[in-house]
Design a protein around this ligand. Sequence first.
Ligand code: S3P
Length: 178
Amino acid sequence: MALENIVLIGFMGSGKSSVGRMIASKLDQRFLDTDHLIVQKSGQEISEIFKAQGESYFRDQERLTLESLQDTTRCIIATGGGIITCPENIPLLHQLGFVVWLTANEEVIFDRVSRSTKRPLLQTANPRETISNLLAQRNPLYHEAAQFTVDTSDYPHGAIAETIIAEAERYFKPLHEH
Ligand code: S3P
């Protein structure tokens, strides 16, 4: 049986951090974020890591971070949007707990991410097109990895957090019956 964490996957701007923080506060559990753990460990911002060491170095750091979490339990773990692009990460995500895919439609994602310049992959001439291409590549991978999917486009994050908590309780119930 997997560890007892709730693991949030999904595209940039799908609401992983804000929904994750809400779930953590409602359950009184710790919130962890793989991007944040990488920044803490390296002392560099994500955009600096991409610029200085490149994307594949960052992907290695993501995998190492997931590996380092394999004793963690009863946490809410948000992951970077590209975590599912590395096939070795999928069993690591499942080992960590209940894997939930947060989705949002393209307009909502564009609207949410265009407020920030922190995401190196979207610093392109046509971010809208980049989002569209990345979504087409990645949606099948999120779908394959996820055990539960919630669309965050039209609901307040608090309601989404409640939905995920209810589903996670059902998922972890067999663990509590012994
Ligand atoms: C990335 C998503 C980012 C961050 C990095 C790469 C991606 O995280 O890990 O910029 O490949 O989609 P968020 O999904 O939290 O924005």
